[in-house]
Design a protein around this ligand. Sequence first.
Ligand code: ATP
Length: 233
Amino acid sequence: MLLRLEDIHTHYGKSHILQGVSMEIRKGEIVGLLGRNGVGKTTTLNTVVGFVKPSKGRLIFNDRDFTSYPCHKISRMGIAYVPQGRHLFPQMTVLENLKTGMLYATGGDGLDRVFDLFPNLKRLLDQKAGSLSGGEQQAVAISRAILKNPEILLLDEPTTGLMPLFVNSLLEIVRRLNEEGMTILLVEEKVPFVLSLSHRIYFMVKGRIEHGAAKEDLVERPEVFVDYLGVRP
Ligand SMILES: Nc1ncnc2c1ncn2[C@@H]1O[C@H](COP(=O)(O)OP(=O)(O)OP(=O)(O)O)[C@@H](O)[C@H]1O
């Protein structure tokens, strides 16, 4: 098992947001995390990367308990995050943004790999990140995350604000990263996107994982999506 969440409880002040989240992600998988707005998907990712500390439960990565680790140590361990909204530095150039991802770089082919995945980035290096299109910004955000050569990449709503053409190329990029060995945890509201990519999907309801199933099982039982999300895939 690469990443395991064991009975995770997370609070924001007095609000008890995660109420016992347990899930497992095996090496090499793409795992989707679905749920209605506000059930705690982003909080789950924020808890894994150490932005917020759980009040109860354990986080395990490669058999190591990292529940109490600070963010930078979690990042260095091999967990990368592309947050919702991308969080680039808009006034900095693309290259400067990428360099922030190289601070803790542990190896890999660095920028060559990024240009291989996103050839267009090469001619945008001197442009301010804030001037780029949504698709280009997403490319920078993903590139910055994978420069650390992580074992697992957490993606939060990566298709938000992308034109359909970019959504398709993002799908191919995520698939390719996975084929090259990267494990992916994907939070995304576009169900067809998640269904197309994921090997397994977890369904979250009010701060808990209520259901988890392999993609093949879900394809045959679309009513599961209605039960947990209120939509058909
Ligand atoms: N910093 C915060 N302080 C207090 N409450 C928060 C904070 N961030 C999120 N919440 C609350 O925690 C709950 C879960 O939010 P979260 O963003 O994890 O949900 P989500 O499933 O990712 O939903 P969405 O798809 O809307 O992003 C929501 O009720 C939200 O209002």
